[in-house]
Design a protein around this ligand. Structure first.
Ligand code: FAD
Length: 468
């Protein structure tokens, strides 16, 4: 029987696992999260508040199918399991550690499979702003995760700022969890938004659930008097021990702040969301070719440039959970040996086509080059290593290696996941932060201890010792 490993248990990975099982494969699903569901279905054991989860019935169906398959021995679901290294040659080997990220003595295990579906998703991105290191500032995704998983908010009055439709569910979740949201600050221009989202409205209306979702957010924001302010950006966050207020400025089409348009909004929390950065490390390590836009390149069967490796979800383009689900179905089916052109995945192909239309509309929210104007010399850009803009400027002409060693930008705990693209924007050149021999944080001691015996739970799993 063919074994398909699925890296990532968000919408894309769960749909892939489901389709691969239906096509007769044995499936191993791996995710570093405590629970399956990924970012979209982040949750606690019980749902904290009504209205926070979308398409929850779909999630429970996918979860139940996996549980049934696992009970029958057709699937293994490995949560709290970080894949820290991928090898692709004559099959796939995924090197893993299981346990909480900061725990000691996590057992290591290698998963051996015939094919791999990469569904590692994306990080949400927040652009540096003076004052963004104050307590009370989070990414919009972190605010959303706190709300969805724990039903809590960081502040009592939260400004949501950045760009893109993701700001709306974040504002809605914060309102549902009890925070006031005085305003959603959107940097894109109203004309750009109207052109992108008003184009071919029948196609938008045909996207499953999207119009209803939009109406739900608009209604909730109207009831709570939350303003939606376009062509504006938070350009400074004020406070001494924690957030006290933000400066909002008008920005031009390229996001250059316009002098004399400052306005202060009082708040005790800020959620910043400037789009998403694909988690490409596993794909890069597997040798997958990337597109010019910096995503994993795939063909119609979701196959990457590496034989036996498929990709789905946010790593092939930012298009939302429905696109991830459709791509996951095709990827899982093809990875299990199915023909991606067959009628069995026709519905998924149709949904994928429709969601590409949705993705094109997101172009209206592309980050404008002018954002770097609001970053001051003493603004911290790399938070892990406290690297300020002035230090980056000082070493701007150094080699990539020289720049990284001299400034330490991107060398801290997050390994450039948070700051990498912003550092690249400020320098105007790539610094290679997505090329890592080790994909997940692990202790030196864990590497050294990998000879410790661990009992495999399935023939596709080997301990590091057995491989020698
Ligand atoms: C913080 C955050 C919150 C979001 N909230 C929403 C929301 O509320 N509503 C909405 O419409 N969209 C939301 N999005 C966008 C949403 O994530 C996508 O539309 C959708 O979830 C993408 O699905 P995916 O399967 O591609 O990726 P994800 O759902 O991100 O799943 C990827 C999974 O891969 C796992 N993974 C990655 N690398 C490894 C590794 N090396 N080892 C083990 N596991 C690994 C991750 O733990 C994760 O569970 C959010 C995005 C982020 C970043």
């Amino acid at each position: 029987m063919r074994t398909v490993a699925v890296l990532g248990a968000g919408p894309a990975g769960l749909a892939a696992a489901h389709a691969a099982l239906a096509a007769g494969a044995h499936v191993v699903v791996l995710d570093e999260g405590e629970r399956i569901g990924g970012q979209f279905w982040r949750h606690h054991d019980r749902l904290t508040r009504p209205g926070l989860q979308h398409q929850w019935a779909r999630f429970t169906r996918l979860r139940d199918t996996l549980d049934t398959a696992a009970a029958a021995g057709a699937a293994s679901v490995l949560t709290s399991t970080s894949v820290w290294h991928v090898e692709v040659s004559d099959g796939v080997r995924l090197h893993t550690l299981t346990g909480p990220a900061d725990a000691a003595g996590r057992p290591g295990r290698t998963i051996v499979a015939d094919a791999l579906v990469l569904a590692t998703g994306a990080h949400d991105r927040a652009l540096p702003v003076p004052g963004w290191t104050l307590p009370g500032v989070t990414t919009a995704g972190a605010a959303q995760a706190l709300a969805k998983r724990d039903g809590v908010t960081l502040g009592r009055r939260t400004v949501v700022a950045g760009t893109g439709p993701f700001l709306l569910p974040v504002a809605a979740s914060l309102l549902r969890c009890g925070s006031a949201v005085p305003a959603v600050i959107e940097a894109a221009a109203p004309t750009a938004i109207a052109t992108a989202w008003g184009r071919a409205p029948w196609r938008f209306a045909a996207l499953p659930g999207k119009a209803a979702e939009l109406a739900e957010y608009a209604g909730l924001m109207a009831r709570h008097r939350t303003g939606y302010r376009t062509s504006r950006a938070v350009t400074r966050i004020h406070g001494t021990a924690a957030v006290e207020a933000v400066t909002v400025q008008r920005v031009d089409r390229d996001w250059h702040p316009i002098a004399g348009t400052d306005e202060i909004i009082e708040c005790d929390a800020v959620a910043l969301g400037h789009g998403f950065t694909p988690r490409l490390e596993a794909a890069v390590q597997s040798g997958c070719a990337l597109t010019a836009a910096g995503f994993v390149g795939v063909d119609d069967a979701q196959a990457t440039s590496v034989p036996g490796v498929y990709a789905a979800g946010e790593i092939i383009g930012i298009a939302g959970a429905d696109a991830a689900l459709a791509e996951g179905v095709i990827a899982g089916f093809a990875a299990a040996g199915g023909d991606a052109a067959s009628d069995r995945v026709r519905g998924a192909r149709r949904l994928r086509r429709r969601m590409r239309d949705f993705a094109r509309r997101l172009d209206a929210h592309a980050i404008g080059a002018g954002w770097t104007d609001w970053v001051e010399p003493d603004t911290i850009v790399c938070r892990c290593e406290s690297v300020r803009r002035a230090v980056l400027d000082e070493y701007a002409d150094a080699s990539t290696r020289g720049l990284r060693l001299a400034t330490r930008a991107g060398l801290g705990a997050c390994q450039g996941r948070t700051c990498g693209r912003s550092v690249e924007d400020l320098l105007g050149r790539p610094i290679g932060f997505q090329q890592r021999p080790v994909l997940a944080s692990l202790r030196i001691g864990e590497l050294a201890d990998l000879h410790a015996p661990v009992h495999p739970t399935h023939p596709t799993e080997q301990t590091e010792q057995e491989q020698r």
